[in-house]
Every structure is written in structure tokens, then in C-alpha cells.
Write a protein that binds this ligand. Structure first.
Ligand code: AMX
Length: 434
């Protein structure tokens, strides 16, 4: 781990003067204005967050540290004999902005292996919860339970210089991140696989070991790697990233912050949409009986959903204004690996029809699919049919990005976040003045 920590320390030293200069010399430069619509409407488009880990262009989609999804997959060291890169190398890349060598990647992988076992008390807590508890609740509770391990808290209580905050935060992230696949697999096997567990395999990387502990054979290891990387980061304004950052801004540690972010991911307008997509599609298929799905019947089902005042899950986005490249990447995977799978064909038909339906309705600013519209079918195909688990998979991936962000938050000394609220009367007064 020497290599990652030393590179990160160097990057932080190089970066700090840029932030200091912007604050000291250009702090009054305006980045935009805030309208009443933005104040009431969920701060859409308000430019008030800073991150260098990823950037989301409305038309191009996500870039991780400047690289598109295909460029990212292409650049990173691949697991020998497999098609997708090491998640550990991706973590190095997000953290530092440098593409790691194979040696640097393996160093992170070795460190993750040392830290991936769950404390027994986490298992005890999970087992004490009613078995029908949603897996996201269990996942969040498991993360929160480990808060007692925080090295950041220990160092803070001893009295720590602000400039050093990032180091124990980084340590906490290194302790927490490798445990997430173990935690998730434990929840999965306890809830859905007769409580029969599969111990980790010390030879395997993060993605490979996750597939192994889930009990799903190859190529699910590559699915896991692809899935974790694709879901990792989507700049900082989305609910899970923003929540994690906000909570960490109070100097809450990585455990408190990630658990909070995961709770946000559990909402149906955010990460839970992947489970909603599958449940919508399955209900639709059931309603068909022996009838073949056609574009016409899909169109009717979509209109029925809209007319009953519900959203079409997996479509629309607060920032994107085109098909999500994370959707496109997973669709490419399906076209290669499961082109004739009936469920994929239905998902593809929905893709053909839904944007037109949403356009005709005229409400959604973005009628195109987001990441969640395509992810469930891949899980289903490989035997993971318990769709209320899907958001946990998203959560493991999302942790990579949001935890990277909070290390940088502490490194750059970002302060407590505290936007200002106004009253409705104040907005009315401002409106009257116009
Ligand atoms: N189906 C039906 N209506 C939709 C819609 C959809 N998929 N997407 C947007 N709309 C509606 C909104 O509900 C809103 O209606 P209102 O005026 O009656 O309140 C109107 O269109 C305008 O919304 P918007 O500005 O286009 O979207 P937004 O920024 O407010 O919300 C999002 C974005 C994702 C919450 C919304 O598109 C949505 O609810 N999509 C379905 C759920 C989903 O797929 N979420 C996952 C997003 C990706 C992720 O975070 N994982």
C-alpha cells in the first residue's frame, strides 16, 4: 500500500495550493445564480459542489478522472484471463487520477484481502434482525455497526492537526471498503440461500471473491467487476454522494457517512430504481400470460403506469439528457453475452418505446434510460433473481466513489456544509420585486 498512499500524499500536496489560491484570490467569482425554481426544486443545476473524482456532462455522460467508461475499462490492468479490470486498480485510479501499473494494482488487492473479514459482532447484529428486513437496511446497519472501529475518531479524540485528517480517513476507507462485498454476500446467503455461507477465497480479487462468496460461477466475477466500476461515482450532487459528503463535512467518520449515503441510495428515485425496473418488468410479463410481448402492449403498460401517477423506473435523470453511457455499457454486455435472452428482449423493446411515451407525455426533461434500466436483467440472467438485493450491489460500487471523495474532502479542508434556507414569504417578496 506504500505506493498508493505515497502517490496520494503527493497528489494532495500538489492540489492544496490550487484550492487555497481559488479561495484567497478568486473567492468572489460568480459561478451562477439561484432561481426560485431551483430553491424549491431540489437545487437542480446549482453549481455549489466541487469534486475532481468524476464529472457528469449532460450529453456525454460520466467521465471518471477524465476518462469515459470505455476508456476506463481499456486503461486499467485486467484480472489475468478475465475481460474486466481489477476493482482495486480502479480504486487506485479514482483516488489518485493515475492509472496504476499491475504491480500497484496487486499491492492494493493484497491490502484489501487483509482487511476484508467481518467482525463477528456485525454478523451477530445481522442475525438479530428480522429476516424479512430489506437488505439495504441490513447493509446500512452493518456499516454503521462497524463505526466503533474508526481510526479517524480515535486520532481526532487524541487531538489531530487538520492537515492530517485525510490520513486516518484514508485508513478507515481501506478498512471499510474491502468488507462491503463480504457484508453483502453474508446478507444475501443468510436471507436467500438457506443461511449457508461460502468462505472467501484468499486467491481471489474483490470482484472474483464476491462472485465466489455469492455462489455464482464465472462470468459473474466479471459482471461484479463491471457493475462495481460502473456504479462507483456520478459526480457529487446525486443523493448518495451528496449525503456521504454532507455527513462527512461535520467530521463524521467514513462509517457514519457511508451508512447515511447508503440510506439515500435506498430510495426509489435513486438506487432502488434498479429493483423497481425488474419488479415492473416482471409484473408486466406476468400480466401477459401466454401473450407475446409486443411494442404495442409495452406502450399500453407504460401509459397505464404514467396515468396512475407513477414514474417509469429506469428512465429520466436529473442531469443527463441522453441515454446513460452506463446503460449503453451494460447493453453492450448483454448484446455480447445474452442477446437472445427473452427478458433482455423485453428490456430492449421498452428502450424502443419508453422514450417516445415520455416525450409524448411531455413532463420528463430526459426521456432516455438511466443505469438502472439495464442492470437487473444481467443479474437475473446469472441467477440473482432476488431483486430487492440489487441496490446493495449498487451500494458496493457507489462506496468506491463516495469514500474516495470524503478522503479528498478532508485533504483539501472542505468545511462544514451549510447552505442557507429562506421562507416562502421571502420568496414571494423576491418575486414581487421583480
Ligand atoms: N417517469 C414518469 N415521470 C417522470 C420520469 C419518469 N421516468 N422522469 C421524470 N418524470 C417527471 C417527474 O416526476 C416530474 O413530474 P412533476 O412535474 O409532476 O413533478 C417531471 O417529469 C419533471 O422531472 P425532471 O425534471 O425530468 O426529473 P427530475 O430531475 O425531477 O427527477 C428522476 C429525476 C431520476 C428522479 C426522475 O427522472 C425519475 O423519477 N425517474 C424514474 C426513477 C429512476 O429511474 N430513478 C433512478 C435515477 C438514476 C439513479 O439515481 N440511480
Amino acid at each position: 500500500m506504500k505506493s498508493l498512499k505515497a502517490t496520494l500524499a503527493k497528489k494532495i500536496e500538489e492540489h492544496r495550493p490550487r484550492t487555497t489560491k481559488l479561495l484567497k484570490e478568486h473567492g468572489d467569482v460568480k459561478l451562477g445564480e439561484v432561481t426560485i425554481a431551483q430553491a424549491i426544486g431540489g437545487a437542480r443545476g446549482v453549481r455549489c459542489l466541487v469534486t475532481d473524482v468524476s464529472y457528469l456532462d449532460p450529453f456525454e455522460g460520466i467521465r471518471f478522472r477524465g476518462k469515459t467508461i470505455p476508456e476506463t475499462f481499456e486503461a486499467l490492468p485486467k484480472v489475468p484471463g478475465r475481460e474486466y479490470p481489477f476493482v482495486e486498480g480502479f480504486f487506485y485510479f479514482l483516488m489518485t487520477g493515475d492509472v496504476p501499473t499491475m504491480e500497484q494494482t496487486l499491492e492494493v488487492a493484497a491490502e484489501f484481502k487483509k482487511r476484508r473479514d467481518l467482525p463477528q459482532y456485525v454478523i451477530d447484529i445481522l442475525r438479530a434482525m428480522p429476516r424479512d428486513t430489506h437488505p439495504m437496511t441490513m447493509f446500512s446497519a452493518g456499516i454503521l455497526a462497524m463505526q466503533r472501529e474508526s481510526k479517524f475518531v480515535k486520532r481526532y479524540n487524541e487531538g489531530m492537526n487538520k492537515m492530517e485528517y485525510w490520513e486516518p480517513m484514508f485508513e478507515d476507507v481501506l478498512d471499510l471498503l474491502p468488507k462491503l462485498p463480504t457484508l453483502a454476500a453474508y446478507i444475501y446467503r443468510m436471507k436467500y440461500k438457506a443461511d449457508v455461507h461460502i468462505p472467501g477465497d484468499p486467491k481471489l480479487d474483490m470482484g472474483g471473491n464476491f462472485a465466489h462468496m455469492m455462489g455464482i460461477p464465472e462470468p459473474y466475477d466479471d459482471v461484479a467487476r463491471m457493475y462495481f466500476i460502473l456504479h462507483s461515482d456520478h459526480e457529487s450532487g446525486n443523493v448518495s454522494a451528496h449525503t456521504t459528503h454532507l455527513v462527512a463535512s461535520a467530521l463524521s467518520d467514513a462509517y457514519y457517512s457511508l451508512s447515511a449515503g447508503i440510506n439515500g441510495l435506498a430510495g426509489p428515485l435513486h438506487g432502488l430504481a434498479n429493483q423497481e425496473v425488474l419488479s415492473w418488468t416482471m409484473k408486466f410479463m406476468d400480466s401477459l400470460g401466454d401473450q407475446e410481448p409486443t411494442e404495442e402492449v409495452i406502450k399500453k403498460a407504460l401509459w397505464d403506469t404514467l396515468n396512475s401517477g407513477q414514474v417509469i423506473p429506469g428512465y429520466g435523470h436529473a442531469v443527463l439528457r441522453k441515454t446513460d453511457p452506463r446503460y449503453a455499457s451494460q447493453r453492450e454486455f448483454c448484446l455480447k453475452n445474452l442477446p437472445d435472452y427473452p427478458l433482455f428482449k423485453v428490456i430492449s423493446m421498452i428502450y424502443k418505446v419508453a422514450p417516445g411515451v415520455l416525450q409524448e407525455q411531455g413532463k420528463a426533461k430526459n426521456p432516455w434510460p438511466n443505469v438502472d434500466a439495464q442492470s437487473g436483467v444481467i443479474q437475473w440472467y446469472y441467477g440473482l433473481t432476488e431483486w430487492d438485493f440489487y441496490t446493495v450491489l449498487f451500494g458496493i460500487g457507489r462506496a468506491i466513489g463516495v469514500l474516495t471523495n470524503i478522503v479528498w474532502d478532508r485533504a483539501l479542508g472542505y468545511p462544514l456544509e451549510r447552505p442557507k434556507s429562506l421562507t416562502t414569504a421571502m420568496l414571494e417578496e423576491a418575486a414581487a420585486k421583480k
